[in-house]
Design a protein around this ligand. Structure first.
Ligand code: NAP
Length: 339
């Protein structure tokens, strides 16, 4: 349990990365009660500083000895670092909120989206997992529909931006776009194929059954967060040449019938969602509009007339923010409320 304090010693592990940078900005913007902020990354970042509330803070090299005296550590330095360092941090009395997939499906570790299952924070043992970015934005929308009409099945297709892969992938999209427009040859490094002017139906590694790990994460994490194994999810995850903001097409089958209008009404009063749905005025969620926004945008809400009780939706959210940094900071805020 977190000890109640006026100000907390907070650390960001992976501070120089795409998510780490966003975490620092989110702590600052939300005026999180930080007493001391400590920033960690690899040897590559030795000597760098990052600003917090206008003050430069030196980036320190991550070791297992650094966690003494830290209250909350926001981890976003990849699964290997989380597996190696999170237990040491928890042992030192620090609460870890981990962005990687390392601990998400561990039955001893709660997987939390504050709008959906905040009470799962009550049973943490020092490590709390932040779900996958595409799962987070989906469950924020599924939860109120599930509460109102019990979801039986979800068919989701994602359109995920390159920032979901990190900084190097953002550089790759920029460089490839410039090179192709200048008739230069390109050489994919981060992705197995050209990402500029292309779509890759391949996120994370393929499993024996033909699904990718990203697709399986969406299936398993959704059941764990909703606390309901009966919800069937099938996913196709696609990387698209967008810098920031993931979009998803959702087809949802429910037990009780919901009309499109009822769904709009339910979603418009649910936490963390903006219903953005006036197609006659060309109003629908766009990844470009969600950059730096906290909410999940939901639109194109229609009844699926090929089944008795079904809905189609299009959602978009900022993957670096609600899909990662914001959700982690919201978890920390919820821990403080419960301290
Ligand atoms: N991007 C997203 O939308 C998103 C969403 C949810 C979860 N995540 C997860 O968040 C994590 C980070 O993602 P990202 O997109 O921010 O990646 P990124 O831009 O590549 O940043 C990686 C960060 O990890 C640090 N790091 C790497 N190796 C390290 C080591 N040996 N010791 C200490 N620090 C090390 C890097 O430090 P250096 O700069 O020193 O190399 C950098 O700060 C991943 O686990 C990812 O799956 C990402």
């Amino acid at each position: 349990m977190l000890q109640k304090k006026d100000r907390y010693t907070v650390s960001v592990v992976g501070a120089t990365g795409a998510v780490g940078n966003e975490m620092i900005a989110t702590l600052e913007e939300r005026n999180f009660p930080v007493g001391t902020l400590r920033l960690f990354a690899s040897e590559r970042s030795e000597g760098k500083t990052l600003d917090f509330h206008g003050t430069p803070i030196a980036v320190e090299i991550l070791t297992s000895k650094v966690f003494e005296g830290i209250d909350i550590a926001l981890f976003s330095a990849g699964g290997d670092r989380s597996r190696e360092f999170a237990p040491a941090a928890a042992k030192a009395g620090c609460i870890v909120i981990d962005n990687s997939s390392a601990w998400r499906m561990d039955p001893e570790v709660p997987l939390v989206v504050p709008e959906v299952n905040p009470d799962d924070l009550d049973w943490h043992k020092g490590i709390i997992a932040n779900p996958n970015c595409s799962t987070i934005q989906m469950v924020v929308v599924l939860k109120p529909i599930h509460d109102a009409a019990r979801i039986k099945r979800v068919v989701v297709t994602t359109f995920q931006s390159v920032s979901g892969t990190g900084k190097k992938a953002m550089d790759e999209l920029l460089n490839q776009t410039q090179d192709i427009l200048n008739f230069k040859d390109i050489r994919p490094v981060v992705y197995p194929h050209q990402i500029a002017f292309n779509c890759l139906p391949h996120i994370d590694t393929f499993m024996d059954d033909g699904y990718t790990k990203e697709e399986i994460k969406m299936v398993n994490e959704t059941k764990k967060i909703l606390g309901d194994d009966s919800v069937k999810v099938t996913a196709t995850t696609v990387r698209v040449p967008v810098f920031r903001g993931h979009s998803e097409s959702l087809n949802i089958e429910t037990e009780k019938k919901l009309s499109a209008n009822e769904t709009r009404a339910i979603l418009s009063t649910a936490p963390g969602i903006i219903v953005y749905d006036a197609p006659e005025k060309n109003i629908y969620p766009l990844p470009a509009d969600t950059a730096n926004k906290d909410e999940v945008y939901a639109g194109r809400i229609r009844e699926d007339d090929t089944i008795e009780k079904g809905l189609n939706l299009w959602i978009a959210a900022d993957n670096l923010r609600k899909g990662a940094a914001l959700n982690a900071v919201q978890i920390a805020e919820e821990l403080i409320k419960r301290a």
